[in-house]
Design a protein around this ligand. Structure first.
Ligand SMILES: Cc1cc2nc3c(=O)[nH]c(=O)nc-3n(C[C@H](O)[C@H](O)[C@H](O)COP(=O)(O)OP(=O)(O)OC[C@H]3O[C@@H](n4cnc5c(N)ncnc54)[C@H](O)[C@@H]3O)c2cc1C
Length: 388
């Protein structure tokens, strides 16, 4: 059934222009059928889950919104660890198939409650499971790619349901083939988590995966690589996120946002050396250099001659923004959009902001960082009809 709805009520930024036509089928079967009908009748269509990574222009969206609200978690297979495995680490696995409209954090809570580890550090991320692969959600040392096996996908290209394996999805830092233009609907995601039930029976509590994020380890008072009970990891992550306005909390205006508005830039190590010594940086795996090889140098067999890997580093967008002179809570004169009062990476709607006010603030931040450090920040949310 097609019905009109204001996108401001479906997006966490609470912005969205005039009402648009929406379908919101509640079963996977209906989601497939209604999507095919929409694809047959409308040139413009927009998929929306929790609306927590989408900013819609003030003109709204001229087309039909397919709102993904299907629910359900199915346990496909569970292999419990042996007690011998239990003392050396979690080797048992549990496979889950989760409907795309299931709220992501409900899945994390469900898994943690059952002693299944692998996504506990992703606690508190808003939005739907179907959107989680789109930007390969990540936080506090874990990302979806660590646990994702495959997705069931209704392809716009073929109109067929396909199973796309992890390797087909081009998952990277806040990106995927879906974000890069592969069009269609994620119907369900399949995850493999670690089943720590046997381990818990020996150790007394279900432990999370080894910690990979220094701030989280510090908050827990343990070392990187240590393992901590799942429930404690979840509660600590939720606390850290709340302090930064990064959980949805209707009583906290800083959460009327799309979370981080900019991704952490990835630059060459050589470029990073031009930045102030105290600019945070994290080395990434070296990539092969991008260069043209004369034919006579390469036989087509074995490694490319003279190929020097390029070392890349990830920078902190929050640090660059702050050190470009944009402080927490900053807003342009008369604007209702503001930098979060807790975290410079998030832009927020302080009440009644327009998409253009958010875009103006984003352009200002981009300009300051470019002028100060020569770095072009990239927006993280999906911008619908909006250019920066
Ligand atoms: C307070 C806050 C904190 C956040 N913290 C984090 C964080 O720590 N880490 C992180 O990675 N992200 C974070 N985010 C961003 C956001 O929560 C995630 O990107 C989330 O996965 C978006 O889910 P959604 O359902 O709300 O997506 P939407 O905004 O509804 O959609 C996002 C994109 O996915 C597409 N899409 C939605 N559903 C489907 C589907 N079923 N099939 C195909 N495409 C689909 C949409 O068309 C759109 O292009 C945060 C956001 C907020 C508001």
């Amino acid at each position: 059934m097609i019905e009109p709805v204001a996108l401001s009520t479906l997006t966490t930024f609470q912005i969205g222009g005039p009402p648009v036509a929406r379908v919101a089928p509640v079963t996977e079967h209906d989601l497939i059928n209604e999507t095919l009908v929409v694809w047959g009748m409308a040139e413009n269509w927009l998929l929306l889950g929790g609306g927590s990574n989408t900013v819609v222009a003030d003109d709204g969206f001229d087309g039909i919104v397919i709102h993904v609200v299907t629910r359900g978690i199915e346990v496909l297979r569970s292999e419990t660890t042996s007690e011998a495995d239990a003392v050396t680490g979690p080797t048992g696995g549990v496979r889950l198939r989760v409907q795309a409209g299931e709220p992501w954090d409900d899945l994390v809570a469900y898994s943690v409650d059952r002693g299944w580890s692998g996504i506990e550090a992703l606690s508190g991320i808003p939005g739907s499971c179907g959107a989680a692969p789109v930007q390969n959600i990540g936080a506090y040392g874990q990302e979806l790619a660590d646990s994702l096996v495959a997705i069931d996908f209704l392809s716009y290209e073929t109109g067929e349901v396909e199973r796309l394996e992890h390797a087909d999805l081009g998952l990277g830092y806040r990106t995927s083939a879906l974000k890069q233009g592969l069009r269609g609907v994620v119907l369900a995601i399949e995850l493999k988590l670690h089943d720590t039930a046997a381990e818990a029976s020996v150790l007394g509590s279900a432990l999370g995966q080894p910690l990979k994020y220094a701030q989280l380890a510090g908050a827990l008072g343990v070392q990187l690589g240590d393992r901590v009970p799942l429930q404690i990891v979840r509660a600590t992550v939720l606390g850290l996120r709340a302090d930064k306005g990064m959980v949805l909390d209707p009583s906290d205006p800083d959460t009327f946002s799309a979370g981080s508005f900019f991704t952490n830039p990835i630059v060459t190590e050589a470029f990073a050396r031009s930045l102030p010594a105290d600019a945070p940086r994290w080395p990434l795996a070296a990539e092969p250099a991008d260069r043209v090889i004369p034919l006579e140098e390469y036989t087509g067999v074995g490694p490319v001659p003279g190929e020097e890997p390029v070392r890349m580093v990830k920078l902190s967008a929050a640090w660059l923004i702050e050190h470009a002179g944009v402080s927490r809570g900053f807003r342009l004169p008369g604007s209702r959009a503001a930098v979060s009062s807790k975290h410079t990476l998030a832009l927020t709607n302080t009440g009644g902001a327009t998409a253009e006010e958010v875009a103006e603030l984003a352009r200002y931040v981009l300009g300051r960082v470019q002028a100060e450090f020569g770095v072009n920040l990239q927006p993280e949310p999906v911008l619908v009809g909006l250019t920066l």
